[in-house]
Ligand binder design. Sequence first.
Ligand SMILES: *[C@@H]1O[C@H](CO)[C@@H](O)[C@H](O)[C@H]1NC(C)=O
Ligand SMILES: *[C@@H]1O[C@H](CO)[C@@H](O)[C@H](O)[C@H]1NC(C)=O
Ligand SMILES: *[C@@H]1O[C@H](CO)[C@@H](O)[C@H](O)[C@H]1NC(C)=O
Ligand SMILES: *[C@@H]1O[C@H](CO)[C@@H](O)[C@H](O)[C@H]1NC(C)=O
Ligand SMILES: *[C@@H]1O[C@H](CO)[C@@H](O)[C@H](O)[C@H]1NC(C)=O
Ligand SMILES: *[C@@H]1O[C@H](CO)[C@@H](O)[C@H](O)[C@H]1NC(C)=O
Ligand SMILES: *[C@@H]1O[C@H](CO)[C@@H](O)[C@H](O)[C@H]1NC(C)=O
Ligand SMILES: *[C@@H]1O[C@H](CO)[C@@H](O)[C@H](O)[C@H]1NC(C)=O
Ligand SMILES: *[C@@H]1O[C@H](CO)[C@@H](O)[C@H](O)[C@H]1NC(C)=O
Length: 257
Amino acid sequence: MAKTSFLLPLMFLLLFANYGAIFSVNSSNATTDQSALLELKSHISHDPYNLLATNWSTSISVCDWIGITGGSRHHRVTALNLSSMDFRGTIPSQLGSLSFLASLDFRHNSFHGSLPTELANLHQLKYLNFGRVPSPPPSLQLYDVSENNLAGEFPASLCNLSALSVLNLNNNSLGGTIPKCIGNFSSSLLEIDLRNNNFHGPIPCSLGELSELESLDLSSNNLHGRIPTELKNLGFLAVLNLSQNNLTGHIPQGKQF
Ligand SMILES: *[C@@H]1O[C@H](CO)[C@@H](O)[C@H](O)[C@H]1NC(C)=O
Ligand SMILES: *[C@@H]1O[C@H](CO)[C@@H](O)[C@H](O)[C@H]1NC(C)=O
Ligand SMILES: *[C@@H]1O[C@H](CO)[C@@H](O)[C@H](O)[C@H]1NC(C)=O
Ligand SMILES: *[C@@H]1O[C@H](CO)[C@@H](O)[C@H](O)[C@H]1NC(C)=O
Ligand SMILES: *[C@@H]1O[C@H](CO)[C@@H](O)[C@H](O)[C@H]1NC(C)=O
Ligand SMILES: *[C@@H]1O[C@H](CO)[C@@H](O)[C@H](O)[C@H]1NC(C)=O
Ligand SMILES: *[C@@H]1O[C@H](CO)[C@@H](O)[C@H](O)[C@H]1NC(C)=O
Ligand SMILES: *[C@@H]1O[C@H](CO)[C@@H](O)[C@H](O)[C@H]1NC(C)=O
Ligand SMILES: *[C@@H]1O[C@H](CO)[C@@H](O)[C@H](O)[C@H]1NC(C)=O
């Protein structure tokens, strides 16, 4: 099955709530939506079923193009679903001007390269699915992809984000185990929120190495096994939620929660 991999830009929620106008947003309209999609078409180098060559044509409204849903009144693109089309290519920055886009489903394709930072302009975007957790640039400090219906596993490449202070994967459909390398965040990481996912297996002992951690929420997963005693090393931990898992053992002593 084709894999989709991305480098994610500075991520949405907190950053853009605080610094709303980092990017200058050009006014967009149905015409700019069409040029954005034609730009995407030109970045798709492999289209084995020839879906775009004839179908994404300027002689028809973009709302009738395959994979596109548009508003009936304003004729702006609201959903882009290119899942399972076996495309290969990259994502152009112009997608960031689809300002009415609420849903983006790119599962089961082979897009590669970085996700353009301009995607952070998409304030209507509620649903984002790349089939896996996108890997952000290594200097990222705040990684928040909560409530995105992301599927796939916790990629070990995330452990390379040595400047990360907040990791929020809350409320997705992520599975697999929590990798041992989560301990590699060492001194930078203050907050981990993995609640409302399908992580299974044990809680890695390496979490005990996150010496600055203040908040750890692993609730509502399928974790099992013993709660590692190493958690007692987390001297700054103020919030710990392990509820709705299948864990045994005791909350480690050494810290009052
Ligand atoms: C759409 O927006 C572009 C760029 O902002 C502008 O040049 C163009 O005139 C607009 N078209 C319409 C129909 O408003
Ligand atoms: C493009 O694809 C859509 C959806 O499959 C279809 O309804 C439409 O007729 C196609 N248009 C052309 C010109 O091929
Ligand atoms: C995209 O299309 C596929 C196949 O038609 C469908 O299974 C999937 O639910 C769609 N995604 C969204 C977000 O609607
Ligand atoms: C926005 O406008 C500037 C200047 O007019 C232009 O250089 C830039 O490419 C535009 N960006 C988009 C996403 O259209
Ligand atoms: C999880 O996210 C969905 C939207 O993706 C939302 O409808 C739902 O309320 C959220 N659930 C929780 C428990 O936050
Ligand atoms: C972490 O970064 C190093 C150096 O950049 C690289 O060699 C390694 O493959 C990365 N690990 C993962 C899991 O991405
Ligand atoms: C985590 O750290 C260990 C030991 O320093 C190293 O061997 C491993 O490659 C690192 N993993 C990642 C994903 O960076
Ligand atoms: C702990 O997590 C559960 C499930 O996610 C949640 O319902 C509960 O409110 C949380 N407890 C606290 C004290 O936040
Ligand atoms: C919890 O784990 C025990 C074994 O550790 C197992 O027997 C039991 O079925 C599990 N319960 C659930 C609800 O998964």
